[in-house]
Design a protein around this ligand. Structure first.
Ligand SMILES: Nc1ncnc2c1ncn2[C@@H]1O[C@H](COP(=O)(O)OP(=O)(O)OP(=O)(O)O)[C@@H](O)[C@H]1O
Length: 236
């Protein structure tokens, strides 16, 4: 149920400035990979390259294991919603989960699904809040709920703990561990050294355009590309 990423000679330059010098990497499946480094080092940009959202030089391949849903979840860095947007959390999620025309009443089963999603991220009872009314932590929870709405094998999260209180951070840490334990591959940007040391399996540290790599917990069953069955090229 997993996916790995193979990166070959990836180089990223923005405005003619080299942000990431040519790098090779293998993001092993079923592991929690953490991207770390100082502000402006290029973590979000590298994550966007891995997602195919930013042009880069070099090659990135996704190797999907048999049975893995070939979908990727992306939890972006904090976004702001227009304060006057007349849309509730429930409507926002329903729009993404159902092809039913917006002006028709949603089905009871879909409303239950939304309620379950909100419970998973600690937003129970807040379905009727408008997007523009959400606090930073509530927005972060909604972004996670949005990503959880469908099965994904690859999870890319850009500073998912931003704005969360202590309980929220523990809750999200638990969610991330559950996803990893279910065999999914996670790539998470995070700054907290203690958290990284406790929960990361592999660390990719970006500084001065170079990417350092350390393995804190090797995969129990190392997976080589030959055993993976579908290869997909990403952007580039
Ligand atoms: N589309 C773009 N065009 C030009 N420069 C960009 C673009 N996106 C980001 N940058 C620049 O690239 C550098 C790296 O940005 P990036 O957001 O990847 O850093 P980061 O490591 O995620 O930082 P932070 O920890 O502050 O979130 C920054 O100096 C930023 O201004």
């Amino acid at each position: 149920m997993s996916v790995s990423l193979e990166v070959q000679k990836l180089r990223l330059a923005l405005n003619r400035v080299e942000l990431i010098a040519p790098m090779d990497a293998w993001f092993a499946p079923g592991q929690m990979h953490v991207l770390m480094g100082p502000n402006g080092a290029g973590k979000s940009s590298l994550l966007k390259c891995l997602l195919g959202l930013l042009p880069f030089q070099g090659k990135i391949y996704r190797h999907w294991q048999a049975g893995a849903p070939r979908t990727t979840a992306y939890v972006p860095q904090q976004i702001a919603f227009e304060a006057t947007l007349p849309l509730t959390i429930q409507e926002y999620l329903l729009m993404q989960m159902s092809s039913r025309p917006f002006f028709l009443r949603p089905s009871a089963s879909m409303l239950t699904l939304v309620e379950q999603l909100l419970e998973r991220v600690g937003l129970e009872g807040k379905a009727q809040l408008r997007l523009g009314q959400l606090s930073g932590g509530e927005r972060q929870r909604l972004l996670f709920a949005q990503a959880l709405r469908r099965p994904c094998a690859l999870w890319c999260l850009d500073e998912p703990m931003t704005g969360l209180d202590e309980l929220g951070q523990a809750h999200f840490t638990q969610l991330l561990q559950e996803l990893r334990d279910a065999g999914h591959t996670l790539i998470v940007i995070h700054h907290d050294q203690q958290w990284i040391h406790t929960y990361a399996d592999q660390v990719w540290e970006i500084a001065g355009g170079l990417v350092g790599h350390s393995v804190l917990r090797p995969a129990l069953k190392p997976c080589v590309p030959e055993r993976l069955n579908v290869m997909q090229r990403v952007g580039g």
